[in-house]
Design a protein around this ligand. Structure first.
Ligand code: BGC
Length: 418
């Protein structure tokens, strides 16, 4: 049988994504401070938290060293080599983040050298013909911000928008796509509601306040960026989950889904309405929710992290977003799969559903796979392997996984073959 070819729109952006703290190495920020204090505890907790097959496959999770980022992938020094690999995958775009704590290590004191470094990074991307998508704050913040209360401080919007303006003033000639925040719902949920991530604040009040303040910060940055750059396109990288009732006809489960949709998917979009030039979509999770909030997924197929693989979910998210009438970029989608047994199918299956949404009129203009290289997975440390390129952390060697060849074909042909 002849393969079926699904073509993507002209000028579609194909790329991968990373974030500064997860790949660069040598950064001092709120996360680096926190992991020093928590590495022992995280290693201890791993024993009871993960299943036997995960502990067996990734015993490094039991060692405190797994939870300390240090050099990460040394991307700070090797970005050119890494961009060469992205280019080999025929990528025409790349998403990365600027590390706020490098640019403004002390309140109000901007480091021109750090800006110079990111200028080189942007120039390297331009040289390779890759359109940069730049995130201004991917979870981590400078330590001075956290000492002032982080997302609970009402001056946060002022601090953030001042930093954003400074960056775009200096680098706006090299990049047009700016993402203010990475996944506000995820950072607020983990760091300000359940108190798992730094700064470990707990409770609905601190979370609601963090939502309001993050939205104000985005809105002010949106206005300032547009004032300093005519070409800028500004958005948020939204983590959007596909939520469904566990029992199709249960009113209670449907209510639970409505609450999850409201707080998880819609709240930040509502609070920042009118201040998006595009929507960034990050799709990882499908949740079949049982009232009040129990996840009852079928989990027929899971990643190394035990997260369900559910490609159809991305289609439902995209169909819902059509009502916003904005260009959409899938700024993240990927899985932890150290042996690379599932990644190729994962990519093709997700893209098949993205293609269907496009055919039905959803304006999707790009796809960024998470991630270019293996990297430091926050409170889980180094063991989950998300890269199209494997990192040998001992020698910091880059080893392309077989799936990267397939992704390269897709990017070259602007199409998937079924
Ligand atoms: C985050 C990344 C993270 C990835 C995998 C996304 O939610 O933006 O920083 O590594 O998920 O968990």
């Amino acid at each position: 049988m002849k393969p079926k070819i699904l073509k993507f729109p002209k000028n579609f952006y194909w790329g991968t994504a990373t974030s500064a703290y997860q790949v660069e190495g040598g950064i001092r920020n709120d996360w680096s401070e926190w992991e020093q204090r928590n590495a022992e505890r995280l290693a201890q907790k791993a024993k009871s938290h993960w299943q036997d097959w995960q502990i067996k496959n990734f015993p490094e999770m039991l060692k405190p060293g797994n939870y300390i980022c240090r050099k990460a992938c040394d991307h700070y020094n090797r970005f050119e080599e890494d961009f060469d690999l992205a280019k080999k995958m025929n990528n025409n775009a790349h998403r990365f983040s600027i590390e706020w704590s490098r640019v403004e290590p002390e309140e109000g004191k901007f480091n021109i050298k750090a800006v110079g470094y990111y200028r080189k990074v942007l120039q390297a991307l331009r040289k390779q013909g890759m359109e940069p998508f730049v995130t201004l704050c991917h979870y981590a913040t400078p330590t001075w911000i956290v000492q002032k209360g982080g997302l609970n401080n009402k001056k946060f919007p002022f601090y953030f928008s001042r930093y954003a303006e400074f960056v775009v003033q200096n680098l706006g000639n090299l990049a047009h796509f700016w993402l203010t925040f990475n996944e506000p719902n995820n950072i607020i949920g983990n760091a300000y509601l359940v108190g798992k991530w730094p700064p470990q604040k707990k409770g609905p009040l601190s979370a609601l306040r963090a939502y309001k303040i993050t939205a104000q910060a985005h809105n002010q940055a949106f206005d300032k960026i547009h004032r300093v750059s005519k070409e800028a396109k500004v958005g948020i990288a939204n983590m959007l989950n596909f939520n469904e009732p566990h029992r199709k006809n249960s009113i209670l489960d449907k209510m639970a889904v409505a609450v999850a949709d409201y707080f998880g998917n819609k709240k930040i979009l509502n609070l920042t309405k009118g201040r998006h030039d595009f929507l960034g979509v990050q799709y990882y999770f499908h949740n079949r929710i049982k009232f009040p909030y129990k996840i009852r997924n079928e989990n027929r197929e899971v990643s190394d992290l035990g997260w369900e693989i559910y490609p159809e979910g991305i289609y439902h998210i995209l169909r819902w977003l059509k009502e916003y009438n904005l260009p959409i970029y899938i700024t993240e989608n990927g899985l932890a799969d150290a042996k690379d047994k599932k990644r190729t199918k994962f990519i093709i299956d997700h893209l098949k559903w993205v293609h269907k949404a496009i055919e039905e009129g959803v304006d999707v203009r790009g796809y960024f796979h998470w991630s270019l290289i293996d990297n430091f997975e926050w409170d889980k440390g180094f063991w989950p392997r998300f890269g199209l390129i494997e990192i040998d952390y001992k020698k910091l060697k880059r080893i392309p996984r077989p799936s990267s060849k397939i992704y390269a074909e897709i990017c070259k042909n602007n199409a998937i073959k079924l």
